[in-house]
Design a protein around this ligand. Structure first.
Ligand code: PGA
Length: 241
């Protein structure tokens, strides 16, 4: 099984999100496509995606035990909507000040609401050469303290390769593979009884996705910008199926 997580971020307007959701077809059985529309259109998109039996998720979730949480998204409401997945610890949220403590609390909230977390870890450009492993190890150690879920989707995203509107650096596959091997080994020690599925995130698209998603190091990808285009989505699904 290969996974394609389409994180639409805030790229699409409501009208564009709905149109793209309507145009999607169920992928072949070897691929699971999961769509993450922006929070404001999640509910409307959910109705459409449910009809075509395409899974969907949320780009955010409120930390555990917080009812007084202005502007956050309730895990229980997401679950009621039919949402199955939630992205947690994305570098774009960490850059806004989301700490490992908050990430940990959001992971707990996801497990409580029976959502499958898609945890993101990765190093920034400054840390790439000297400290990539240390950064990722620290994130994993802090984020997964007290973790008690059964299944974890774990995305390695080299932050320096995440695109800004489709433009950005490309991560050499050998770097991604070496990080994947390290993450796999470390999480096997840290959370041995968890089923961990590793994904790649960072400027993936139809023309390069199979350079990362090889079924050994990575079983899927978390894709931002390219996933907002119907033709690219189709190409990516085809490429990894
Ligand atoms: P991108 O985003 O595909 O636009 O580079 C990837 C990510 O956010 O992980």
């Amino acid at each position: 099984m290969r996974f394609l997580f389409a994180n639409w971020k805030l790229y699409l307007s409501e009208r564009e999100s709905i149109a793209l959701a309507r145009s999607l077809r169920r992928p072949p059985p070897s691929v699971r496509l999961i769509v993450f529309p922006s929070e404001l259109v999640l509910s409307r998109s959910a109705t459409i995606l449910k009809r075509s039996r395409i899974a969907f998720g949320s780009q955010n979730i409120a930390p555990d035990h917080q009812k007084a949480a202005t502007g956050e998204v309730s895990g229980n409401d997401l679950a009621k909507l039919g949402c199955r997945y939630v992205i947690i610890g994305h570098s774009e949220r960490r850059a806004l000040g989301e700490t490992d403590t908050v990430v940990r609390s959001k992971l707990r909230a996801a497990v409580r609401s029976r959502l499958l977390p898609v945890l993101c870890v990765g190093e920034t450009k400054r840390m790439r050469i000297t400290a990539a492993r240390r950064v990722v190890r620290t994130q994993l150690t802090r984020d997964l303290k007290g973790w008690n879920g059964e299944t974890l989707f774990l995305t390695y995203e080299p932050v320096w390769a995440i695109s800004k509107a489709g433009k950005g650096a490309v991560c050499p596959p050998h770097h991604a593979f070496s990080m994947a091997a390290y993450i796999r080994e470390y999480t096997a020690r840290l959370i041995p009884s968890t089923r961990t599925i590793l994904l790649y995130g960072g400027n993936a698209r139809g023309s390069n996705i199979t350079e990362y998603v090889d079924g050994k190091a990575f079983h899927g990808a978390l894709v931002g910008h390219a996933s907002t285009k119907r033709s690219e989505l189709k190409n990516m699904v085809q490429a990894i199926s």
